[in-house]
Design a protein around this ligand. Structure first.
Ligand SMILES: [Zn+2]
Length: 675
C-alpha cells in the first residue's frame, strides 16, 4: 500500500519509502489532469464556480505530495531523494505548462473574467479570478500564434542565459584562490577563520592557507585581515568576477538578458520589464519604486556621508590611511564597532538558551494573539529532532499544527525558512487548518552546554516564526490566497515586524535569562544591542539603495541603447557613491539576484519591507508593545487575510493610512524622533 495514495491527515513520514514517491506523483498528476479535463470539457456555460473555483481546488492531492516531498528535499535529503527531485521536476513543469497553455481552458477563464461584472463576487473571489486570469495572460495566452512562438523562444533563451550567467559566476568563484604561506599575512584573523583557511589548503594538498571567494572565506578576511594589499587583491578578485573579457565574461549575457526581458514585456503589452513585474507587487509601478528610492536617498545620504567621514578619520588616525577604499570598509568598520560597543556574541549567548527563546516567542504571541502551544508527541515526523506542537486560540479552538526543526544535519540545506505541509482553506463549509513548519540551523547543544543562540539566531527565530504566524492564523477560502501567498514586497512584513520585539526591554525580560544563574539580561547589554543595530545604518542604506537603483536602471527602460555595461552601471551608481569608483570591477556582471535569481525589478523590496515593518511596529509602540487591540487588528487585517486583497488595501485597513518612511528612519537613527 502506498501511504501517499491514501488520504492522510498529517504527513505519514514513518510509512513513506523513497520508492513511493514517483508512483504517487504520477498517479496524482493523472488525477489532476482528469480534474482539469472535466473543467475544460464541461458542456455548461463557464461560471465562477464551475471554472475558477473548480480550477482552484483541482490538483490538491498533487500539491500535498509535492510540498511534503520538496520540504523533505530541503530538510532531510539524500542521494535518492535528490534523484527523484531531478526526475519529477520536469514532469511538474510540464504539468503546469499544460495548464497555462491549455487554450480551451483559457477561453473559459477569459469568459468569466470578461463577464465579471455580471457576477456578485466578493473581494476574495475577485482577487482569485484576477490571479487565475493573469496566470494565463502573463504567460502569453492572449497572443497570436506567431507571437506565442516568439515568447516561447524568448523564455527558452532567457533560461539558458540565466544558467550560463550563474555557471560563469560559479566558475569564476572557484577558479580563484589566494595561497598564503607566511602566517603574518593572516594577522588579525580569528582562530576559527585561520583554521578554516588551513583546512582549505590541506584539502587541496597545499601547505599554508587558502582564501577563496566563497563567502565563509572571503568575508572574515575582508573584515579582519590587517594586510591592506592582500585585502585589495582579494576585493579586486571578488569585484571583477565575470569581467575579464574572456570566455567567462558576463557582460554580453547581462545585455542580452535585459534586452530579452524588455522585448518579452513589450510583447505582452507592458512598457518595460519592471512594469511587467511590478503589476503584481505592492509598489505597482517603476515610478513609485523610483520615488521610494529617492525619498530614502535624500534622508540617508547626509548620515551616510557623516559616517563615511568618521570612518575615514578613524582609519587615518589608526593606520594613516589617506583615502579610504572599498577594501578598507569592512575592516575599519569592524574595528570601530568593537571600540564603540564592546559587545560580542560570546557575552550575549548565555542569555539566549534555545528553549528560553522558544518559550519567549510563544509567550509573546500568547500575549498578542491569545494563542497557546502544546507540545505533542504523537505526530509522525521526518526526524526525531523535529518538535511538534498543537496551537489553540483563546477559546481553545484548534488553530494549527506546528513543526519546528532547529539544528543542522547532513541532508539539510543551509539557512532558515518557514514552509507548510498543508495550507489553510475552507471547502464544503469546513475550515481546514494548516500544518506549518520552520526549519533552522542553530548551534547544537553539546554534552555540557545547551543550545545557546547568537543574537542573530534569536532574531532569525523570531523572523521565521513571524512567517509561521502568517500561515498559522490564515483564514481564507482559497488555498492559493492563503497565508504567505501574498505579493513579494509584502511577504516580509509579518516576519520582520516580529523581530522588533527582540530589541525591547519589555519583551527581553520575558525570556532572556542566563542559562545557569537565571539572571535577566543586563539592561546595558540591551542598550548596546539596540545601538549597535543602527551602527553605520546610513552607509548600509546607501548600499541597498545603490543596488535598487542599478536593478531599476536595467529593467525600467528600454535597454537597447546600452552598449557599455560598466558605463551604464557607473551612471546608475552616481548618487549613491561613497568609495572611489574602480574601473576594474563591475557589479552588474555578478548581480545574481537580478540576473539569475528572481529579484529583477524587485531589489527595492528589501527596503520596502523594512518601511512596512517599522511603520506597523510604530503603531504597537504608540499603543503599547502588547496592546491587544492593535494585535487583533494586525491579525484580522493582515495575518489572517493572506493575499485575498491588494496589500495596500489590507495595510490601510490596519493602519488607517498608507505606510510612511519616518518610522524606519527613526529606528535606523537617520532622523530624530519628533515629539
Ligand atoms: Zn523572511
Amino acid at each position: 500500500m502506498n501511504p501517499l495514495l491514501t488520504p492522510f491527515g498529517t504527513a505519514p513520514f514513518s510509512r513513506i519509502k523513497n520508492e513511493h514517491f514517483m508512483p504517487a506523483f504520477r498517479q496524482a498528476m493523472e488525477n489532476a489532469r482528469k480534474e482539469i479535463d472535466d473543467i475544460t470539457n464541461s458542456e455548461e456555460e463557464p461560471t465562477f464556480e464551475n471554472t475558477i473555483e473548480a480550477l482552484e481546488f483541482s490538483g490538491q492531492h498533487l500539491e500535498r505530495i509535492a510540498s511534503l516531498f520538496f520540504n523533505l528535499n530541503s530538510a532531510e535529503t539524500n542521494d535518492t531523494i535528490q534523484k527523484i527531485a531531478q526526475e519529477v521536476s520536469p514532469l511538474l513543469s510540464e504539468f503546469n505548462n499544460d495548464i497555462t497553455l491549455n487554450e480551451k481552458l483559457f477561453r473559459r477563464v477569459k469568459n468569466v473574467f470578461e463577464n465579471k461584472d455580471k457576477y456578485p463576487l466578493t473581494a476574495e473571489q475577485y482577487t482569485l479570478l484576477d490571479k487565475k486570469y493573469k496566470n494565463f495572460s502573463r504567460n502569453g495566452a492572449n497572443l497570436n500564434e506567431e507571437e506565442k512562438k516568439r515568447l516561447r523562444k524568448i523564455d527558452a533563451t532567457l533560461a539558458t542565459l540565466k544558467l550560463k550567467f550563474g555557471e560563469n559566476l560559479l566558475k569564476e568563484t572557484n577558479k580563484y584562490e589566494m595561497h598564503l604561506t607566511n602566517e603574518d599575512d593572516l594577522d588579525g584573523l580569528p582562530e576559527s577563520a585561520k583554521d578554516a583557511a588551513a583546512q582549505l589548503a590541506k584539502n587541496k594538498g597545499k601547505k599554508g592557507w587558502l582564501i577563496t571567494l566563497d563567502y565563509p572565506s572571503y568575508i572574515p578576511f575582508m573584515k579582519y585581515a590587517r594586510n591592506r594589499e592582500l585585502r585589495k587583491e582579494l576585493s579586486m578578485a571578488f569585484g571583477s568576477k565575470g569581467f575579464h573579457n574572456d570566455e567567462l565574461d558576463n557582460q554580453a549575457n547581462v545585455l542580452q538578458i535585459a534586452n530579452l526581458r524588455h522585448e518579452r514585456a513589450n510583447l505582452l503589452g507592458y512598457k518595460s520589464h519592471a512594469n511587467f513585474i511590478l503589476e503584481e507587487r505592492m509598489a505597482e509601478t517603476p515610478e513609485k519604486v523610483y520615488e521610494f528610492l529617492k525619498e530614502l536617498l535624500i534622508k540617508a545620504k547626509p548620515a551616510a556621508k557623516q559616517e563615511f567621514k568618521e570612518l575615514s578619520e578613524f582609519a587615518k588616525a589608526l593606520d594613516g590611511i589617506e583615502q579610504l577604499q572599498s577594501w578598507d570598509g569592512s575592516f575599519y568598520s569592524e574595528k570601530l564597532k568593537q571600540k564603540r560597543f564592546n559587545l560580542d556574541d560570546e557575552k550575549l549567548k548565555p542569555y539566549f538558551k534555545l528553549e528560553n527563546v522558544i518559550e519567549g516567542v510563544f509567550m509573546i504571541t500568547e500575549r498578542l494573539y491569545g494563542l497557546s502551544f502544546e507540545e505533542v508527541f504523537d505526530v509522525d515526523k521526518y526526524h526525531p529532532e523535529v518538535k511538534t506542537y498543537k496551537i489553540y486560540d483563546s477559546d481553545n479552538k484548534f488553530v494549527s499544527l506546528f513543526y519546528a526543526d532547529f539544528h543542522p544535519r547532513e541532508g539539510k540545506r543551509a539557512g532558515a525558512w518557514m514552509t507548510s505541509f498543508k495550507p489553510q482553506f475552507i471547502l464544503n463549509n469546513k475550515n481546514e487548518r494548516p500544518q506549518i513548519s520552520i526549519v533552522c540551523n542553530f548551534t547544537k547543544p553539546t554534552e555540557s552546554k545547551p543550545s545557546l543562540l547568537t543574537f542573530n539566531e534569536v532574531t532569525t527565530l523570531f523572523h521565521e516564526f513571524g512567517h509561521a504566524l502568517h500561515g498559522i492564523l490564515a483564514n481564507t477560502i482559497y488555498p492559493s490566497l492563503s497565508g504567505t501567498s501574498v505579493y513579494w514586497d509584502f511577504v516580509e512584513l509579518p516576519s520582520q515586524i516580529l523581530e522588533n520585539w527582540c530589541y525591547e526591554k519589555e519583551a527581553l525580560e520575558v525570556f532572556a535569562r542566563h542559562y545557569e544563574t537565571e539572571e535577566p539580561i543586563p539592561m546595558s547589554f540591551v542598550d548596546s544591542i539596540k545601538k549597535s543595530a543602527t551602527f553605520q545604518e546610513g552607509m548600509a542604506t546607501m548600499r541597498q539603495l545603490s543596488f535598487g537603483f542599478l536593478d531599476m536602471a536595467w529593467h525600467a527602460a528600454d535597454p537597447s541603447g546600452i552598449s557599455d555595461v560598466k558605463q551604464h552601471e557607473v551612471k546608475a551608481f552616481e548618487d549613491t557613491l561613497l568609495y572611489p569608483n574602480n574601473p576594474e570591477t563591475c557589479m552588474s556582471v555578478s548581480f545574481a539576484h537580478i540576473f539569475q535569481g528572481g529579484y529583477s525589478a524587485g531589489y527595492y523590496s528589501y527596503k520596502w519591507a523594512e518601511v512596512l515593518d517599522a511603520d506597523a511596529f510604530d503603531y504597537f509602540k504608540e499603543k503599547g508593545l502588547f496592546n491587544r487591540e492593535v494585535a487583533e487588528k494586525f491579525r484580522d487585517d493582515i495575518l489572517s487575510k493572506g493575499g485575498t486583497e491588494k496589500p495596500m488595501v489590507l495595510y490601510k485597513r490596519f493602519r488607517g493610512r498608507e505606510p510612511k518612511i519616518e518610522a524606519l528612519l527613526e529606528r535606523a537613527g537617520l532622523i530624530k524622533k519628533t515629539a
